[in-house]
Design a protein around this ligand. Sequence first.
Ligand code: CA
Ligand code: CA
Ligand code: CA
Length: 167
Amino acid sequence: MGDGMGQPYEPDYFGTENCVSQHADRTWSTEVCGDAYPYVCELDGWVTRPGDLHAYSSPLEAWLRRSEAAAACAGAHAHLATFADAAELAFVTANVHVDADAWIGLDDLASEGSFAWVTGEPYAWANWAAGEPSADTPDSDCVVMQGDGQWDDRPCDSTERFLCEAD
Ligand SMILES: [Ca+2]
Ligand SMILES: [Ca+2]
Ligand SMILES: [Ca+2]
């Protein structure tokens, strides 16, 4: 622990407080280990974006249907990636996204032609490829991000790579 990382008077209660918490201002305190707190995990293969600390992963071992990909992200306490703006997409394409189509958390399953993010956040920005969404088959309801970062609606039972995001 470097100088300046602790709260005033921390670390304290050596002997009874053997675990460390991080406060909202990123300073640390010793705590009794049996106490309950929210937690943060460091997971291999996840890249954390400075600023909002959302973490992203593109698992390479699996090509899954959209529903299976969503479940895989949920199993990591995450969701299929959502993109609020060009800056978020730029971070992911530069640091996480591989040169292959990958499911993201956008679909028009609830209402044909009305795309919505799985998180419920506003669908305020999009990066569709030219001519997309094409709805070229009736069940093109789920969206992949292509290797170039642009989006295409696809049948949800296609098997693709996928991008997870942990908020
Ligand atoms: Ca997001
Ligand atoms: Ca559709
Ligand atoms: Ca399409």
